[in-house]
Design a protein around this ligand. Structure first.
Ligand SMILES: Nc1nc2c(c(=O)[nH]1)N[C@H]1C(S)=C(S)[C@@H](COP(=O)(O)OP(=O)(O)OC[C@H]3O[C@@H](n4cnc5c(=O)[nH]c(N)nc54)[C@H](O)[C@@H]3O)O[C@H]1N2
Ligand SMILES: Nc1nc2c(c(=O)[nH]1)N[C@H]1C(S)=C(S)[C@@H](COP(=O)(O)OP(=O)(O)OC[C@H]3O[C@@H](n4cnc5c(=O)[nH]c(N)nc54)[C@H](O)[C@@H]3O)O[C@H]1N2
Ligand code: SF4
Ligand SMILES: [Mo]
Length: 759
């Protein structure tokens, strides 16, 4: 990239997914080289542009469209630039920072006094930097002294985390760098669609295949990722557990067990063998719909490769049996001796920008920094020591994310949300929205007026990734540094400043630094000696080394790109077989609800869409929700391409245009979950939780499909979704801020007819 006079390029990382692609941000004052065609940021007179950063190894300069357009969300008019406080008429209006913060402190304190400390809940996000996640956890435990903090990562990789921890003693997304994929012999990719969800990572799989490796993809849809595979297994949603057991059965029956590895490095194989024996191939074919021959082919590819991997993402994990399902896939790796060895192992593709670090430093209901368990007395003593508080003052474990949201308005009376938009992204979302509306007090800190922020009593606007420094930990366990390229704009504060101000107002004067590096140095001490040990990682090292892999216990330590090569992280160093048996999904189709619904993502929108639905280029590429269904099913239902259809479950009904595709099973429909309004997929999804991880069953429920009378134009439902998304630009540019939102005051006001019952 040529740099002309007056421009500066800052090396940083994308604000979105867990790949944390390296990018440059080129900035200029307009008179000194910027042209009006660059996106202007909210910082006065500064132009900013995303440019390639070819030197960063993970993505070598490649970015998907979301990364390329990320600077659009920095613009004034798209984002929030003043706090909003709900006034006596129930309308959100711009307010002074001091007034807004006073109101938050008073509101949280009042609920604590009236209903007890645990009545104040905190809901965080896996997109927050390590520093924010750490301080948010500390804020909950030290300032609010509530047990009830959890975060959206519970909806993301919590099942893989629980299974990985049980099997290996340590859970880190990938126990090896991505580059190892290119040199392994076979990858079974289960319920992951990196072609759409991590496009620059697809190259690792295509390079592996070019070098002779085999790719097996397990997905009820023939995705763009599956189209790249040597073998595509297309199971019924929710049956991955049976499939893994069927493959293990065949592996054993065909003599591929690595007896030496099993004897030397594992515990519990007999139980796993017994579980697999009960899942003979014909039985598994009946459950999954995957032909026995295809299973045999998969086992042959996996077992015959000198090194091989199983990688999972949300497909098998977001199930009410997600932990057992991942456990079964890990068992397959262990039995075959494909773990704890070079170029082999089980890994989870984490999802959010800091999905990994966000769960290591204390936002999770049961954890303290450094991946320490909050019930462990030694862990409590260590962390309390760093925080300068009495270990007995630290609360115990609180509710998991869905349970926390579900108890709002009942046991939980006030909620502080930072970095999540559960009105769109939580399962059974109409119910969750009603629970949020029943709260005495809701505070949301966000960068935009998300659907959840629109329900709040107070909205606090945060600085964005380009305006503040902070670390994230990508899916490889690589701790990287986002550097500030722009000043914090007027009217906005960093989340660290917000936490500091609130802590002071609630009587805690010290221990809430506002400088990210200072917070990180405290986090290093808090994590020292824990499983996720960051003690040896410094900002200077990250700048020099393209990131450092944890654990890294001392500054002189090289970091740990590859885990488990000598021993697993369990007390005796051996991996544990899980030995689960198959069970049905919480809801199976019946005569009333005869189809499976599964949900997921599209390339050009991110998560709840709060950010990406405000980017015109992304809205052009992915304008609204849809229902993907097989043409045979469409014909039976009398539905044509683009016709509005309704998808109804026991929870509710969503409406969106039909999109016909031969790539999906005819017994299954698929909806992306990025939109609010009528096309919100989560109105329909089932909040059945995994008993161990608390993961909701986003990936399978039973639904009915109906054509919606040909009223209105085709695509009408889609435009409902985009209307919500389109409210960014013009909506907030007026002086009245959010109250001039395109949706009108009806949504922002506390009118009892408003969606969600009144907030
Ligand atoms: N474009 C884009 N990229 C993203 C995100 C985004 O919102 N948009 N979000 C980021 C985050 S936080 C995450 S967690 C990751 C998620 O990344 P992925 O897990 O790759 O994404 P999903 O689309 O949720 O699910 C992957 C696949 O699971 C399949 N699937 C559905 N049900 C089942 C099932 O029962 N079994 C199996 N085996 N497969 C099933 C779906 O058809 C889908 O193709 O993406 C990250 N990257
Ligand atoms: N049906 C269905 N539902 C799902 C899933 C699925 O596959 N199917 N996937 C689940 C998964 S894996 C995930 S991860 C969740 C994600 O769902 P959400 O938690 O809703 O994720 P985001 O949309 O990323 O929300 C992040 C919010 O924080 C804001 N934000 C971003 N950065 C910052 C920051 O630094 N500070 C503050 N204060 N705010 C910030 C954004 O503007 C946005 O409003 O959705 C889950 N929901
Ligand atoms: S793949 Fe993920 S990290 Fe990379 S540019 Fe796209 S959203 Fe950003
Ligand atoms: Mo996620």
């Amino acid at each position: 990239m040529t740099t002309h006079a007056g421009t500066t390029t800052t090396d940083t990382h994308c604000p979105y997914c867990s790949l944390q692609c390296g990018m440059g941000l080129r900035t200029a004052a307009p008179e000194s080289g910027g042209s009006g065609e660059w996106p202007a940021s909210a910082a006065p007179d500064v132009f900013v542009e995303v440019v390639e950063r070819p030197g960063f190894p993970v993505n070598r300069g490649a970015l998907c469209g979301k990364g390329q357009s990320a600077a659009e969300v920095l613009r004034r008019g798209v984002r929030l630039t003043a706090p909003l406080v709900r006034d006596g008429d129930g309308v959100l209006r711009e307010a002074e920072w001091d007034d807004a913060l006073d109101r938050v402190a008073a509101g949280l304190a009042a609920v604590g006094r009236a209903h007890g400390r645990d009545a104040v809940g905190v809901f965080g996000g896996g997109g927050l930097t390590n520093e924010k996640a750490y301080l948010l956890g500390k804020f909950a435990r030290v300032v609010l002294r509530t047990a009830n903090i959890d975060y959206n990562g519970r909806f993301c990789m919590s099942s893989a985390a629980a299974a990985g921890k049980a099997a290996f003693g340590i859970d880190r997304g990938l126990p090896f760098p991505l580059e190892d994929i290119t040199r392994t012999g076979c990858v079974i990719l289960v319920g992951a669609n990196p072609a759409d969800t991590m496009p620059p990572a697809l190259r690792y799989f295509t390079d592996m295949r070019a070098a002779g490796g085999r790719l097996v993809v397990v997905d009820p849809r023939r995705t763009r990722t599956a189209a790249e595979a040597d073998l595509h297994l297309q199971p019924v949603p929710g049956t991955d557990l049976a499939l893994a057991l069927g493959l293990l059965h065949l592996l054993i029956a065909e003599g591929h067990v690595d007896e030496e590895f099993v004897a030397a490095r594992t515990v519990g194989f007999d139980a796993a063998r017994a579980a697999a024996m009960a899942h003979w191939p014909e039985r598994v074919e009946r459950i999954t719909g995957v032909p026995v021959e295809a299973m045999r082919d998969a086992v042959a590819m996996f077992a015959s490769a000198p090194a091989a991997m199983v990688l999972t993402a949300r497909g098998p994990e977001q199930q009410s049996k997600g932990v057992d399902t991942v456990g079964a896939w890990i068992d397959l790796c262990l039995a075959a001796g494909k773990a704890g060895r070079p170029l082999s192992g089980y890994g989870c593709l984490t999802g959010q920008g800091n999905g990994q670090g966000g769960r290591e430093h204390g936002q999770k209901a049961d954890q303290l920094p450094g991946y320490r368990m909050i019930t462990d007395p030694a862990a409590r003593a260590h962390v309390a020591g760093v925080w300068g508080v009495d270990p007995d003052s630290l609360p115990g474990p609180g509710r998991s994310a869905y349970e926390l949201l579900d108890s709002c308005g009942e046991e939980i009376r006030a909620l502080f949300v930072m970095g999540s938009n559960p009105v769109v992204s939580a399962p059974n979302a109409a119910h969750v929205t009603a629970r949020l509306a029943a709260l005495d007090f809701l505070v949301v800190t966000d960068v935009v007026l998300s659907e959840t922020a629109a329900l709040a009593d107070v909205v606090l606007p945060g600085a964005q990734w380009a305006e503040e420094s902070g670390t994230t930990t990508n899916l490889e366990g690589r701790v990287i540094l986002r550097r500030a390229a722009l000043p914090v704009p007027d009217g906005v504060r960093t989340d660290l400043v917000t936490l500091n101000e609130l802590a002071r107002r609630l009587g805690v004067e010290r221990g809430f630094a506002t400088d990210a590096e200072e917070v990180f140095d405290e986090l290093r001490r808090a994590s020292a000696g824990g499983a996720a040990d960051y003690a040896g990682i410094t900002y200077d090292r990250i700048r020099a080394e393209d990131g450092v892999f944890w654990p890294c216990p001392e500054v002189g330590h090289p970091g740990t790109p590859r885990l488990f090569l000598d021993r697993f992280g369990t007390p005796d160093g051996r991996a544990r077989f899980a030995a689960p048996t198959h069970r049905a999904s919480a809801e199976e189709p019946d005569t009333e609800y005869p189809l499976y619904l599964t949900t997921g993502r599209v390339l050009s929108q991110y998560q709840s869409g709060a950010q990406t639905r405000r980017v015109p280029a992304l809205n052009r590429a992915a304008p609204g929700p849809f229902v993907e269904l097989h043409p045979d099913l469409a014909e039976r239902m009398g539905v044509g391409e683009g016709d509005p259809v309704s998808v109804t479950s026991r929870r509710g009904r969503a409406v969106a245009p039909a999109r016909l595709s031969r790539e999906i099973r005819p017994d299954t429909v698929f909806m992306p979950f990025h939109w609010a309004g009528e096309g919100r997929a989560n109105t329909v999804t089932n909040a059945a939780l995994d008993p161990v991880s608390g993961m909701p069953e986003f990936k399978v429920c039973a639904v009915r499909l109906d054509p919606v009378g040909k009223v209105g134009k085709v695509g009408e439902a889609g435009s409902t979704g985009s209307a919500a998304g389109g409210r960014g630009g013009a909506a907030l540019s007026g002086s009245a801020g959010a109250s001039s939102d395109g949706l009108g005051e009806a949504v922002l006001a506390r009118a009892s007819g408003a969606p969600g019952g009144g907030r």
